[in-house]
Design a protein around this ligand. Structure first.
Ligand code: ZN
Ligand code: ZN
Length: 412
């Protein structure tokens, strides 16, 4: 409950509710919201309480608030190493803007996989920053010379002060890594993020590298499970993806170069796949303009082409696919375009499930987010149009979103 606000009730009438699991519309639906949660869903028998305000949906489509499971809300520049030199308060202020804009696009929950901390999550929860519910992991864990090591080759000294606005922490060996993980969990981290292969935005590693030893990865999985949390792993190649899955990593981020052997391992381990396709399109087109260094820009082409093929393998393989975007700097406004890219491979309903019910299962909030049912948070998106037949309804929110409600409060 947001502090100082009495629970209120809202009746939404005449909505065309998208049942995302059933894949069909429920016409003429009324929704009664009490406080933060949906109390009743039904026909005209669902009426107002004495203090309810009423919103007439006028037949517009209502679906659960969207979930983006791969964001970096502190990354207001694409030059991640520069970010570490900024004042943390300045970084927070700029993150506030990014969060607000995500909410306005219809995202009511986001999972930050490197950068966001308990302070930002509290600022949103307490209403200081309007934004989506922020599931944070603190700093991602990287090895020396790994995807989270932002030093150029010529720099030896690393400043690992925890207050620097880095998206990751560099550590090596089971002992150091356990301590780093426990430090993140101590702050209430919702998950632990590992850098398990090279990447695009890092200065010295190769995309085809594997990072962290099996022993180190297993230690992290053990620490996360001990705290009833789970591990998300950044990985590109099939080799990096497969060793992560075998060690018990629950969600694989990017995975552009995975193959059939990976799909089988996803199935065996019940793991989730989080592609982030829009970021490569945006980086290829606009990265340098927003501060992406030339070395990183060259790496984009290595992974861009493979992303759609990986999504296709995953879709045909029937594994759980979750919506993610991974945008940096001024490219954040492209967030919703991920819907259109995925619809090149998957039916619209499956893309919508990726951003609602399947994402909710990944983050352990099934029954609370990603569905319009009694007991769930009243995270509600009202749009003009038919997203099952035209994914642009979600891909172009500036034209289609009529209302965004988060936990019972109208936010846009
Ligand atoms: Zn990554
Ligand atoms: Zn990322």
């Amino acid at each position: 409950m947001t502090s100082g606000i009495e629970p209120t009730s809202v009746l939404i009438t005449n909505a065309r509710v998208l049942d995302v699991e059933g894949g069909e519309y429920l016409e003429g639906t009324n929704l009664l919201i009490v406080g933060e949660t949906i109390a009743e869903v039904g026909g005209s028998e669902v009426g107002a309480l004495r203090d309810s305000s009423v919103i007439d949906a006028e037949g517009h489509t209502v679906l659960p608030g969207l979930i983006d499971a791969h964001v970096h809300v502190t990354a207001s520049t694409a030059d991640i190493s520069a970010l570490a030199e900024w004042s943390p308060s300045y970084v927070a202020a700029r993150a506030g803007r990014i969060l607000r804009d995500m909410l306005h696009r219809g995202f009511t929950t986001v999972r930050d996989v490197g950068g966001a901390d308990h302070g930002l999550a509290d600022a949103v929860q307490e209403g200081y920053f309007p934004g989506p519910r922020l599931l944070f992991g603190g700093k991602a864990i990287s090895q020396t010379g790994g995807h989270g090591d932002m030093r150029p080759r010529g720099r030896v000294v690393a400043d690992e002060h925890p207050c620097r606005a880095t998206i990751s922490v560099v550590c090596d060996g089971v002992g150091e890594i356990r301590k780093a993980v426990r430090e993140q969990l101590r702050t209430g981290a919702h998950h632990v993020k590992l850098m398990l292969s090279g990447g695009v935005a890092s200065p010295t590693d190769r995309v085809d590298s594997t990072q962290l030893s099996l022993e180190e990865i297993r230690a992290v999985v053990e620490e996360a499970e001990a705290a009833n949390r789970y591990v998300a792993g950044h990985a590109y190649t099939a080799h990096a993806v497969n060793r992560a899955l075998r060690c018990g990593v629950r969600s694989i981020e990017h995975g552009n170069l995975l193959d059939e052997t990976s799909i089988e391992l996803f199935r065996q381990h019940g793991a989730f796949y989080v592609p982030t396709l829009v970021t490569y399109r945006a980086l290829a087109d606009e990265g340098p303009r927003y501060g992406l260094p030339p070395g990183s820009h060259r790496k984009v082409s290595d992974v861009l082409e493979h992303g759609l093929r990986a999504l296709e393998l995953a879709y045909r393989g029937g594994i759980d696919i979750v919506f993610g975007t991974d945008l940096l700097g001024g490219m954040h406004p492209h967030q919703a375009k991920e819907f259109a890219i995925r619809a090149e491979v998957q039916p619209a309903i499956d893309v919508i499930r990726s951003a609602t019910s399947v994402a909710a299962r990944l983050v352990g909030l099934r029954g609370r987010i990603g569905e319009i049912t009694p007991g769930a948070y009243a995270d509600i998106l009202m749009v003009k149009g038919d997203p099952l037949n035209d994914i642009a309804v979600l891909a172009r929110p500036e034209e289609h979103v009529k209302l965004v409600m988060k936990a019972g409060r109208v936010m846009r």
